[in-house]
Structures are given as C-alpha cells and as structure tokens.
Write a protein that binds this ligand. Structure first.
Ligand code: 3HC
Length: 703
C-alpha cells in the first residue's frame, strides 16, 4: 500500500489516514491510494465500519490545484468516480474532519454516510474562488443533504464556515470536544453505529432536492443574483448544476456536474484565478530571506497620526486583537480620531458586521496618547503622518530616541523616499515601509516597502504580521508610487488624455467597468477627492516625468472647487448615488484640447480599453525590469486587491500574457505611430517587453 495512506485495522474498524503533506491535496497518487484502501476495507469481512481521517490533523484541502489544466486532472482514478465507489460501500463510513475540509475534501466527506468534526474545523466548497464549481458530487450531494438554497449560498459564496454552523446546517452529525479527541470520538461513534446496525446512509438514496421547491425558485434566484456576477462564468455553471440536481436522478446529475466542471476548468477565468491563488502564496517568499528565519515578536503596536488613515490602521490591529497605542500631537485631534474610530465600529454594528458588545472590546484595545514615551514598549510603530519630508524625518528621529531596541519602525508613505527616512535614525535596518490602502481597515492590500538596508527578519516579520491582521502583503522596492500608484499614474494620464481627445469620463469608466474593474478611473478620482489626487499628482511630479497636458483637467477642476463626490461635482455631476457626465466638464475638455492643439473626435470603446490597459501594463513591465516588483504575480495582486482589477482576469500582467506579448507590443507600437509626439513619448514599449517578445517568451518575467 502507498505511503500516502495509513491503513489500520482495529477491532472491527478500518482507519484510513490521508498523509500527503502539506494539505492532503487529492492528486492522482492519493486518489489511487485512497481507492485501494476503500476497496480493501469494503472487501474485508472483519471490517464493520470505516473511519476516514487526516493522518496529521488536517483532513483535506480538496483536489490538487496544480493538476488542473493538465492530463493529471483526468487521470484514473478521477475524484468523482472514486467518491461514487466510496458512497456505494455497504458499511458505515465516518469522515473524521480535522482542521480543514475544503472543496474536494468536503466532497469526500459528503460521500461518506456520517461526519464528525473537531471544534475548530473550517469547511466550505471554495471552488468558486478558483473559477470552478464543485466537480466531485458537491453540487448534487450537498443540496440533498442541506437543501437547495443553503447549498447554493455555500457554493456561490465559497464561504468557509466553522464546525457549529456546519452542524446546524446538517453538514456535520457531531462535534468532538477537542481536536485531540477527534479520532477517539469517531471510534466511539463507529461502535455505536455498529451496535445499532446502522445503515451505510449515503445521500445517494435520498429524494431529489427539487421536491417541494417552487417551480420558479432557480429562475428567481438567478434573476436576483446574476447582476452581481458580471461576466463571471462559474456562478452560471453552478446554477446549471443545481438545476440538474433538482431535475435529474443522482447518477445523471453527477455526469452533468462533471461536464460543467470540465467546462469551467478549461476556461480562461479559472486559469486566471488559479494563477492568483498561487501568486498569493508566492508573494510570501522573498528572495534572500529564508522561510525559517526567526521572527521578531509583535505583541504591541503603535500608530502615529489619528487622522483617517492612522485611525483605520489602528482599527486593523484592534480587529485582530492586537493592542495599539494611537499617538497624536494635540488633544483635540486625538479625540476626533478616537470618536471617528468608535463611529466606524458603530456603523459596522448597524450593518450587522459587528456585535454591539464588540465595539467596546475593540475600543479597549486602542489607547490614545499625546506622549511619545508611551511608545517605548511598542514592537512595531507605524507613522501615518502627513507633512513635509522634514516633519516625517523629525518623527523618526524622535522614535529613534524613545523606542526599545529591536522595535520595527514603519512609515505608511505613498511616494516618499524610505531610504532618506532610514538615514535619519541610528537603526536603519529596522526601518520599513508599510503602505496601507484606503480605507485601511477594509482593504486587503499592503505594500511592504523594502529599503536599501531593511533587515531580512524585519521584512519577514512585517509580512507575517500583515497576514495575522488579514492583509495581503506584497513586497515593493523603493520608488515613486511603489507598484500600485506608479502604474496608476500612466493609466490615469491616458484616461485624462482620452477625455481631451473626445471621450467622456462616463464613457471611459463604462469601458473599464465592462471589462470587470470595480470602478473606472474617474469614479475613483472623484471618490478619493480631486484635491487629494491633485496633491498626490503634485508630489509625484518630482519623481515621474509627465506630459504638459497631464493633470490639466484635474487642475482646472480643482481650481473650480470641483473636488469630486464630496462637493457633488468633479469629473462627474453627482446626484445622490447617481453620477453623470457634466456639460461643464465636456466644455472644459473642449477648451483645453483647443489650447493644447489636441484634435477631438468621437472615441471608439476598443481604443479606450487598449490605451488605458496598454499603458498600465507597459508601466508594470517596466517596474518589474527595474526590480521595484519582484514578480509579475505580485503586480497582479496589487492591482486586484488595491485597484479593483477583476480577479477572474488574473491581474494586468496575466491579462497581457493571455492577450499575447507580441500583440501587446504591436499595439503599443501602433499607438506610438498614430498618436504623434504624444504617442512617441508615452507608448514607447518597455525594453523588457521587447526582449521577451524577441526571445519568444510567453510569460512576463525578469530576463
Ligand atoms: N492543491 C494544491 N496545493 C495546495 C492546495 C490544493 N488544493 N491547497 C493548498 N495548497 C498548497 C499551497 O499552494 C501551499 O503550497 P506552498 O507552501 O508550496 O506555497 C501549501 O499548500 C500551504 O497552503 P497555504 O500557504 O495556503 O496554507 P494555509 O495554512 O494558509 O491555508 C488552506 C491552508 C486553507 C487549505 C488554503 O491553502 C486553501 O484555501 N487551499 C485551497 C482550498 C481549495 O480551494 N480547495 C478546492 C480545490 S478545487 C477542488 O477541490 C475541485 C473539486 O471540486 C473537484
């Protein structure tokens, strides 16, 4: 028998333990070993009941995602048929679920007649996050077990739930008192079942889940939810699979599910989302920093600056149970900051995201102070202070005096030179950049900026800490705008230029949101505030060369007091939640185009899309070449998690690879020629792109 399975015979029981590190992913070798073990237990007359479990705590994270898109995914025995054979065993089979049962791991448990879990178990059908649907019986067995609506909600959300919720839904029969007792409880359960001659109880014989459901249930469900799916394929396939569960006998439903699963697996969207899955794991690896480097302990944090950003950063730590000192320079600003934080928590209570008693428990973790001496015990200090470079450097000189040795000193800068700050302290190795995105308590992305001399253990520690508070950290080198804002610059420039050439803000944004972006450029600028955009744009000018027309539209709007959503006017006219193009802005664009001698014409949607994306991607490739980003995947994560680029397109770099690097190069060259002097300056292909295409490479990587 394979060493991926531990098979033990114990007084009437067969214990089958999955042992494929790190997460018991069900690849072909594990499926084969599992099939053999199940057959052996089914055929052995001494075996009266079977327990399936994870040999090392964790049950299974489902199919091996690396196999998708390769022949191994189809290799015999495939997961669906393995589970059909398991469900046909005429003996009680108990799944003892430790830690995690996700995707195919949960489907494996669903093919067993009985399920027991440990108290900290997390279960879910997370295939949707990979652009897939459950493909090993999940869409057919789950609705039979817990009902169509609950099954749909679980499958379409990809939500991971805890043991108690799983028990309430009917997914678990029992919960063991602790993880340590899981296997013993499973044994006891098995002996009870044997004693009462319990049946095998697979859901196979259960009635079709459509019985008793209103005829138009799925049609109404689709009508209600489809608008939120935008162009995503997988939710639509899930609904077809659930329809099959309601209308067809189980064996036919399983065949239909498999066909739909193969369709999803071969889609570009799933390929893109699988790329994102692995990019997220890859982002944790920093060249030159070993994985087992001892980390510094982060038990207490301090944030300097109780403005919107500082307050939100403090909330992110309090939300994860980490105490934070929040420092301000004057009492009124501190009170305002703390009141704002409480207000944010109270509004979370009103939306049902927080229980009322949690407001005070979180506030208790945030300690307001006016005295730097109160930061002396902090393990990590994050300065979120606006002001001149001199002001920030002064803050760090003070921190240098008051903070204990080994404390990590971080700055939440968006474009300032980290190395200049590090040079002002006696411990430059402890200085790092932590660029949170607004609103920091909700946004997942944090750019971790590595200074010239930032110590490896400082980097490893902040990466770990960011993950502890539920963020996705991505490493960036020092450079104006880091990864995200550096790329936003040419993207926004192009959008502005397109409006001068004849597009309208609403047209540009529509083209981008039709691609799947959460928001178009102008909605984003109006939301952030043109005054903020203008200030950032102003400070970026030192670092990034710019076209004479760049910012003209924003500058004029700023001068007119049109700051965006907050003033009701910006690039758009805002009326309540609605926004529309404003004749005043169109007239302004016409005037500026005249002054700048830019010809105006009605603009084609395809040109808008290409010009915005090509310049965005080109800048990404350039900053990869410069070493600001470590990997193309890191750039994708920044744009998906910080700027609303659709995950099912895999991020701008993956999108470019799908488009074909050669096509991208040809496109850039075309605009370079057709747009005259402007094109000559702004559509110059990144040298790395030219090298990649010349070498026939398909992937974007440093080369
Ligand atoms: N297949 C292949 N590798 C997997 C995997 C999977 N299903 N799940 C995790 N891994 C790998 C990761 O890539 C990582 O590898 P690395 O160390 O080389 O980077 C390693 O296992 C550890 O994973 P994490 O770093 O994510 O560890 P965590 O402890 O933070 O999280 C987890 C563990 C909760 C299991 C998380 O990895 C996870 O959510 N995995 C994906 C689960 C999932 O989506 N399953 C559905 C698969 S599709 C399916 O089953 C189809 C079926 O319906 C037919």
């Amino acid at each position: 028998m394979s060493d991926l399975i531990h098979y033990r015979l114990e007084e009437g029981l067969a214990l089958i333990g999955l042992d494929r590190a790190p997460v018991n992913a069900l690849d072909q070798t594990l499926r084969a070993a599992l099939s053999d073990a199940c057959e052996r237990a089914a055929a052995d007359p001494r075996v009266l009941a079977i327990i399936l479990h994870g040999e090392r705590e964790l049950f299974s994270a489902g199919s091996d995602i690396k196999e998708f898109g390769t022949d191994a995914s189809f290799a015999e025995p495939d997961l669906p048929s393995t589970l059909t054979r398991l469900a046909a065993i005429h003996k009680p089979v108990i799944a003892a679920l430790g830690k995690v049962a996700l995707g195919g791991g949960l489907e494996l448990a669903l093919a067993c007649g009985y399920r027991i879990g440990e108290p900290n178990l997390r279960v879910g059908l997370s295939e949707i996050n990979l652009g897939l649907l459950p493909g090993a019986g999940g869409t057919q067995r789950l609705p039979r077990l817990i009902g169509v609506e609950s099954a749909l909600n679980l499958i379409l959300s990809g939500k991971i739930i805890g043991a108690e919720n799983a028990r309430l839904l009917g997914l678990l029969d029992r919960i063991a008192p602790s993880a340590e007792r899981l296997l013993d409880e499973a044994r006891e359960y098995a002996y009870e079942l044997i004693a009462c001659r319990a049946p095998a109880r697979p859901v196979e014989a259960w009635p079709e889940p459509g019985e008793g459901l209103p005829d138009d249930f799925l049609a109404r469900y689709r009508a209600e939810h489809e608008p939120t799916w935008k162009s995503r394929l997988a939710p639509r396939l899930v609904l077809l699979a659930l329809e099959a569960a309601c209308l067809l006998p189980l064996d036919e439903g399983l065949l239909k599910e498999l066909a739909l699963f193969r369709q999803a697996e071969s889609s570009r969207q799933s390929k893109a989302l699988r790329h994102v899955f692995f990019a997220e794991r890859e982002a944790a690896r920093i060249p030159g920093v070993c994985a087992d480097l001892p980390l510094r302990k982060i038990m207490r944090v301090a944030v300097i600056g109780a403005g919107t950003m500082g307050g939100e950063i403090a909330m992110s730590f309090a939300n994860a149970g980490i105490p934070v000192a929040l420092l301000e320079s004057d009492g009124q600003a501190l009170d305002r900051g703390l009141t704002q934080i409480r207000g944010n928590y109270e509004s979370s209570v009103r939306c049902g995201r927080l229980r009322p008693e949690q407001v005070q428990s979180r506030m208790d973790l945030i300690f307001g102070t006016l005295d730097y001496a109160d930061l002396s015990e902090a393990d990590l200090v994050i300065a979120a202070v606006f002001g001149t470079p001199e002001v920030r450097q002064q803050v760090f000189r003070t921190l240098d005096k008051v903070c204990k040795p080994g404390a990590i000193l971080a700055t939440n800068i968006s474009s300032l030179d980290l190395d200049a700050i590090a040079a002002t302290v006696t411990r430059p190795h402890d200085v790092v950049g932590l660029h949170f995105f607004s609103p920091a308590s909700a946004m997942r992305l944090v750019e971790v900026v590595r200074g010239e001399v930032t110590a490896p253990d400082v980097l490893a520690t902040v990466l770990d800490t960011a993950r502890r508070i539920g963020k996705l950290p991505v490493i960036s080198g020092v450079g104006s705008g880091f990864i995200g804002n550096r790329m936003f610059e040419p993207y926004a420039r192009e959008a502005n230029r397109l409006v001068l050439e004849g597009a309208t803000p609403a047209q540009v944004d529509r083209v981008l949101t039709e691609l799947g972006l959460n928001m178009g450029v102008f909605s984003m600028l109006d939301l952030a505030g043109i005054d903020m955009g203008f200030l950032a744009c102003d400070s970026n000018r030192a670092g990034i060369s710019h076209d004479a027309s760049y910012c003209r539209l924003g500058e004029e709007l700023h001068a007119m007091g049109r700051y965006g959503q907050k003033t009701g006017r910006g690039f758009y006219l805002h009326e309540g939640r609605n926004r529309k193009d404003d004749a005043e802005v169109i007239a302004l664009a016409e005037r500026l185009a005249g002054e700048l001698e830019i010809p105006r014409d009605p603009m084609d949607d395809q040109e808008i899309l290409e010009r915005c994306l090509f310049t965005l991607i080109n800048e990404g490739i350039q900053l990869l070449d410069e070493g600001i980003a470590l990997r193309a995947g890191d750039i994708d994560l920044v744009w998906i998690n910080g700027y609303g680029f659709p995950a099912h397109l895999g991020g701008p770099m993956h999108y470019a690879e799908q488009l074909g690097l050669g096509n991208l190069l040809v496109g850039l060259q075309r605009y370079r020629q057709t747009l005259g002097e402007y094109g000559e300056t702004w559509f110059k292909p990144a040298p790395l792109l030219e090298r990649l295409v010349a070498a026939g490479r398909k992937r974007i990587e440093r080369f």
